[in-house]
Write a protein that binds this ligand. Structure first.
Ligand SMILES: *[C@@H]1O[C@H](CO)[C@@H](O)[C@H](O)[C@H]1NC(C)=O
Ligand SMILES: *[C@@H]1O[C@H](CO)[C@@H](O)[C@H](O)[C@H]1NC(C)=O
Ligand SMILES: *[C@@H]1O[C@H](CO)[C@@H](O)[C@H](O)[C@H]1NC(C)=O
Ligand SMILES: *[C@@H]1O[C@H](CO)[C@@H](O)[C@H](O)[C@H]1NC(C)=O
Ligand SMILES: CC(=O)N[C@H]1CO[C@H](CO)[C@@H](O)[C@@H]1O
Length: 398
């Protein structure tokens, strides 16, 4: 009797405990990095604590989240958020400033903040300060590479909101394999004379959007490398910077086509180029197809509309040899404003593979570059675009 009672109590207790374990392991959790021991004092290296906290949240049942409360977190020299996680996950970093060490010598990897292999991430806020000022002109450091600020790799079906990236040492963001993902309201900020600080560079990817963003930097605001497909850029302001560019392409072998790019309702301010497609002379074959620039305002932009199939960037190249990249189905529609160079529309296509199915529609660019009554002009080589509506300056009629 006594025995039996103990036994049934025991098994009830065991059952209850097992149930609890089951419930606990299925519980979504909120992991606060400060509770986990991060200092956020702008001195302590909080990188390891943040990464452990991430692992906890990532391994917990969805929808779990990682929270970085307001504070300044130092992270040396690498911060990794790697999946796969148990399911959709959030990172909340509103008011959090995350700083890289300024010293380039501390970096052994090509990226400072790596966000990889996550399906269903929602990230909100976070100011990532690369402290790149001293590394932009550092040519002494032979054994270290300049790291990208934030690398997104294979983060699918995800959303990034209200992120800020300032003064990265190299590109601010490098994105590849992040299908069906979007960035809304990103602010990128570095001086116009910072070196190789491209805003957002895309590698191979299918389906990505950037909306409502401000990019000020020292190189391309947005660039689409080989394999960029299905990308929408809308309501983005760029400048200072080198513009919004497809390419450069043709420098490396087996580059995948760039296809399905829509740049809409954007403003370029004082940039070195406006909307551009650039390919290397000579080089390797490749394809640019279905690229559309629409509703763009140019404010004192050098080369507002430019296809340059003889792009050399001061490096060693077969200058003058025709590019083997084929450019088809590209449109420039409703592009207005001022050009800082007299040649406002420059379409220099390749003699080996002339541009096909190109359209210029409703363009009005005036020359703002110098004194005197100079008017904007155009140059067209190896291209016969379809002209729709009024195109000022008159382009490609001879
Ligand atoms: C990107 O924008 C396009 C056009 O507005 C839309 O059809 C597509 O669903 C969007 N994709 C994402 C991932 O937001
Ligand atoms: C060019 O692009 C537009 C817009 O994406 C598409 O509707 C059209 O079919 C394409 N034309 C060619 C010839 O590929
Ligand atoms: C166009 O490109 C060719 C090489 O393909 C180059 O020789 C020429 O100077 C370029 N023209 C302009 C106007 O940039
Ligand atoms: C083109 O833009 C200039 C400067 O903004 C303006 O004065 C002119 O009226 C415009 N032309 C047309 C045809 O819209
Ligand atoms: C960034 C940009 O050019 N935004 C413009 C998008 O279009 C709306 C409506 O035409 C304008 O008000 C914005 O300035």
């Amino acid at each position: 009797m006594e025995m039996g009672k103990t036994k049934s109590t025991r098994s009830a207790t065991y059952f209850f405990l097992s149930l609890m374990t089951l419930i606990v392991s299925n519980q979504a959790i909120v992991v606060d990095v400060k509770v986990e021991g991060a200092k956020g004092d702008g001195i302590t290296d909080d990188g390891p604590v943040i990464m452990n906290a991430w692992k906890k949240a990532c391994d917990a049942a969805p929808p779990s989240s990682l929270v970085l409360p307001p504070g300044t977190y130092m992270a040396f020299p690498e911060l990794k958020f790697t999946g796969p996680c148990k399911g959709p996950i959030e990172i909340k970093a509103i008011g959090a400033i995350i700083k890289a060490p300024p010293e380039l010598e501390k970096f052994k990897t090509d990226t400072w903040v790596c966000i990889n292999y996550i399906d269903g991430l929602t990230m909100t806020g976070g100011t990532f300060d690369g402290q790149g000022q001293s590394s932009w002109r550092n040519t002494k450091c032979n054994n270290c590479q300049k790291p990208v600020g934030i690398g997104l790799g294979f983060v699918k079906n995800s959303v990034f909101k209200d992120l800020t990236s300032i003064n990265s040492k190299y590109f601010h963001m490098h994105i590849q394999g992040c299908d069906n993902t979007r960035i809304d309201h990103i602010t990128i900020d570095a001086p116009g004379d910072s070196v190789n600080t491209d805003g957002i560079h895309f590698g191979p990817i299918n389906g990505f959007n950037i909306t409502n963003s401000i990019i000020k930097t020292g190189d391309d605001c947005i660039s689409f490398g080989g394999g960029s497909t299905n990308i929408h850029v809308e309501k983005v302001s760029c400048g200072p910077g080198h513009g919004i560019s497809v390419g450069s392409l043709g420098k490396t072998q087996e580059e995948k086509p760039v296809q399905g790019i829509w740049v809409k309702n954007c403003t370029l301010i004082g940039t070195d180029n406006g909307v551009r497609i650039k390919t290397w002379p000579g080089g390797f074959p490749g394809i640019v197809n279905d690229v559309h620039f629409e509703d763009i305002v140019m404010d004192k932009v050098a080369n507002p509309i430019i296809i340059d199939q003889n792009y050399c960037a001061g490096r060693v190249c077969e200058k003058g040899a025709p590019s083997k990249i084929k450019i088809t189905n590209v449109s420039f529609k409703n592009i207005k404003g001022t050009s800082n160079t007299q040649v406002a529309v420059k379409l220099n296509c390749s003699a080996a593979s002339p541009c096909d199915t190109l359209e210029l529609a409703d363009i009005n660019l005036t020359y703002s570059g110098g004194p005197g009554p100079l008017t904007a002009t155009s140059r067209c080589v190896n291209v016969k675009p379809k002209i729709v509506g009024q195109v000022i300056p008159t382009a490609c009629t001879t």
